[in-house]
Write a new protein. Structure first.
Length: 250
């Protein structure tokens, strides 16, 4: 992806809109016409959320409808080599939303909210809250030149996490004698699950449950104690860096 395309306004649209080259989405039309004040013949980069992208030229823009002509279509870039799922405990609302945004920018592919025993939430994730979270993730994906919008999974308790059998699983733990995360071998061909707890860490019951999972690994992040919103981002960055995902365009 060249500099000209990288600097073009980017928007994720649904597959039907992408294929039909037209939209009546009120929010999108408001952003294009009122916020960005786009005009006929200006170009945009549209993504279908599954890995396809197109540079388009606006041919119609009214308060009720926009249409465009495809200039160039291609496979979107910006996706990581290593597929990381970040299972992160619910914490204070503003900090959790910050994690959603930054995890998307870093390159996390799936985010699983965890209802931990010490979470600062009762686990009641309303439809409006999920909609807000998904909007934060989508906007972060657009800003950071992702090709696919990360998936936001339903909120679950620790024992309900849908970890696939083939995943490499690491749970962040600051206990004595824990092996550093960077020292674990990590196969880039297999998905990774990173599990991070709330303020005050996971409860003794949850830690005992983790310890009973035979192929899951307690992983340390160094000598300093990191905040609940910092630890998962450091862990994800560390693994993606080891996999080469910060080495430039691939």
């Amino acid at each position: 992806m060249g500099p000209a395309i990288a600097n073009t306004h980017r928007f994720f649209v649904d597959a039907t809109t992408f294929a039909n080259a037209t939209t009546t989405d009120a929010n999108l039309l408001h952003q294009w016409s009122r916020v960005l004040r786009l005009r006929i013949d200006q170009t945009l980069l549209l993504l279908d959320g599954t890995g396809l992208a197109a540079v388009v030229r606006i041919t119609e823009l009214t308060p009720k409808r926009a249409s465009w002509q495809v200039v160039e279509s291609f496979v979107a870039t910006g996706e990581p080599r290593l597929q990381v799922t970040l299972a992160v405990a619910l914490i204070r609302a503003d900090r959790f939303e910050w994690v959603l945004q930054k995890a998307t920018e870093i390159g996390v592919c799936t985010i699983v909210p965890i209802i931990a025993e010490r979470s600062m939430s009762d686990g009641d994730v309303s439809p409006s809250k999920r909609e807000r979270w998904q909007r934060i993730i989508r906007e972060a994906a657009e800003q950071s030149c992702r090709g696919i919008v990360p998936h936001l999974a339903p909120a679950v308790t620790v024992i309900e996490m849908p970890v696939p059998a083939e995943a490499q699983v690491f749970w962040c733990y600051e206990g004595a004698g824990t092996r550093p995360l960077r020292q674990f071998p990590c196969d880039p061909a297999r998905p990774v699950w990173l599990i991070s707890g709330p303020e005050g860490s996971f409860s003794p019951n949850e830690l005992a449950w983790f310890a009973q999972q035979p192929l899951w690994h307690a992983a340390g992040l160094g000598a300093r104690i990191l905040r609940a919103e910092t630890a998962p981002l450091v862990a994800a960055t560390m693994l993606l860096a080891l996999a080469g995902d910060f080495d430039g365009e691939g």
